[in-house]
Design a protein around this ligand. Structure first.
Ligand SMILES: [Zn+2]
Length: 254
């Protein structure tokens, strides 16, 4: 099995899991780049995974289903995403027989309330919940919900590859360095990410191990980080969840 990043809009990635003939795409916000990719690689779409209801993750559905009718569309229990055929909740599993994969579903509310992530041995498709060196904005959920959701992802095996839905890494690193200017792994990661971008290469997938070293939103138990949040907001912080909330609102105005 191969995994390709199909670029869409300015910074979205539509992840495409394929064998030699069939593929499954994750969060097709736009149909055309996906159809072009399938044509160029002689691939037939046999399933679609949706992580949440935002248009830049779902708008390609009608056109893709015209070309590939009657394929399963997996997604959250949210009637707003009308074309989902199989609605999934926490701990549900789904089979992609063509690719020989079985995913389990992790509910990760925060960015939106309906957000789910898809996990299988070594692979995580997390939409707009976890980004490299960052996390999604809180459009619908609370900081407490997002903190718990990120905790669920951080608890996955360290070597899990993390496929995020946007290329936000360099901008996220800028904020992460404002919070943790002396984190050596982060400084090293910035050099690498800048090189990737200069060569127009994706910085993704990341990994859970990497994110635990460089992503401030997964490092809320760090004393340095807590001190930084307290200094920024001029107020004492009592627990990791409050560190997260302080970080998230700091990033919102960064
Ligand atoms: Zn979103």
């Amino acid at each position: 099995m191969q995994i390709h990043a199909i670029k869409a809009f300015s910074d979205n990635y539509i992840w495409c899991l394929s064998n030699s003939q069939q593929c499954v795409v994750v969060d097709p916000g736009d149909a055309q780049p996906v159809l072009d990719f399938c044509q160029n690689h002689n691939l037939r779409i046999t399933g679609i995974l949706i992580t949440h209801h935002h248009w830049d993750h779902t708008n390609g559905l009608p056109e893709l289903l015209q070309t590939f009718p009657e394929i399963p569309v997996f997604g959250p229990v949210n009637p707003q995403i009308e074309l989902v055929t199989q609605r999934l909740q926490h701990h549900d599993s789904l089979m992609l027989p063509d690719l020989g994969l079985e995913f389990s579903v992790i509910e990760v509310p925060g960015h939106t309330l309906d957000h789910i992530a898809y996990y299988t041995d070594g692979l995580l498709f997390c939409g707009d919940t976890l980004f490299s060196a960052g996390c999604g904005r809180l459009f619908e959920g609370s900081a407490a919900q997002m903190f718990q959701s990120l905790g669920r992802l951080a608890a996955l095996p360290a070597d899990t590859k993390v496929y995020c839905a946007h290329e936000y890494t360099l901008a996220n690193i800028k904020f992460a360095l404002a919070v943790e200017p002396m984190n050596p792994a982060l400084l090293e990661y910035q050099v690498w990410a800048a090189q990737q971008q200069t060569q127009q290469l994706a910085t993704l997938p990341s990994s859970i191990a990497k994110e635990c070293m460089i992503n401030p939103f997964l490092r809320c138990d760090s004393t340095d980080l807590r001190n930084a949040v307290e200094a920024y907001w001029h107020t004492p912080v009592t627990d990791d969840e409050s560190v997260f909330a302080g970080l998230r609102s700091w990033k919102d105005q960064f």
